[in-house]
Design a protein around this ligand. Sequence first.
Ligand SMILES: [Zn+2]
Length: 440
Amino acid sequence: MKSSIRRRSPTITGSLLFILLTTSNAAVTGLPTKSPASDAQKPQAASLDQTELAKLDEPVVAPNLDLKQVAPLPLPSHSAEPLAEDADPADTVQQATTETAPNQSADEDKLIILGSEIAPGTATRLAWSTDGNIAGLTTPTPVLVIRGMKPGKTMCMTAAVHGDELNGIEIVRRVMYDIDPEDLTGNIIGIPIVNLQGFQRGSRYLSDRRDLNRFFPGESNGSLASRIAHSLFNEVIVHCDFLIDMHTGSLRRTNMPQLRADMRNEEVAELTEGFGKIAVIHSVGSPGMLRYAAVANGIPAATLEVGESLRIQDDQIETGVSSVNRLLEREGMYSRLFTWGDPEPVYYKSSWIRAERGGILFSQREVGDMIEVDDVLGAITDPITNETSNILATITGRIIGMAVDQFVMPGYGCYHIGIEASEEVLADVESTAGTESDVE
Ligand SMILES: [Zn+2]
């Protein structure tokens, strides 16, 4: 997990390249870097020892901010691959020196993200940007970081990977701006709006019309979406010990607040227990999703689905916020005095009830309702023939997601039903990938 990418300090100027070349070779080969004889022969500047040289390469300590205060925008922070192909050979040596230096232990406690070091007991705003944009038009994406006084786990929250899914943005804000770094154990990283491009256009997609949540962990030389995914994954996500990726229903559907998680994975299943009273839907996910890529890289992750796209829904947001706060308490990171409600059941299976006819859908049930076979869920009226037909429940379970009232075509998934099957179905239900239940 330690993959802090170091940014070279601008103070390394040409005059220092000589020093880097002459001293770092020794470090790479493990030879002592300082002997009185060789020092005497060097120009004065060359008497800088490895410690001092390392300082030149140290990340800038991020300013401590009170996240509750209204703040100016963060400055763009360059985020490049650690070594570009055209990197200066002197820099290459310096990089190698840093990585092979024996005195790494002091660095291990440091939290270095996007080239900034975050001091214990502080909070700050950083900015992440990819190289995939027109340089002069790049809009840096804000990244909020809180480092607790005591070391511990790092929780990451990502929202608006789909630019039109707004509830998660507010969940990240409410959770993070209510944390006192002095009382926090571990770290919290929050990216309120991952897909700024989509957000600015009110769209789920990136500007190249790709779905970012199908490209993780990405490739540095892939498509725009793949590059953005790669950059985010390697600059930020690798720092996480666990991840919550926030989404809403898509295509004019709303979701009851729920976790989507691969319950076959022990660590993931354990993570979901910490959220308290919120429904859990077993879903393996599919390759390309952020949570799927995180889990594949050893970072337990779950998707928090809350409400409907393009809306800010206060009640749903509050449910999400208290779930995340419960998780922080459960992980021993931040304590508030909670009364723990009874846990919601895990829905190991889910299924869709679809429209058989086209027309205007008027629902008679709400998200969260328990339903039984043959219950009337809603009706579809053909606006031309005036014919109305009821949609009947074909299974017993709970409405965990549903379409908002709208025009629908035959085959449209109207109601997503969670089924309380026993844990044994996990073996049978290998994956729900490819169905609408996995649109996240
Ligand atoms: Zn989504």
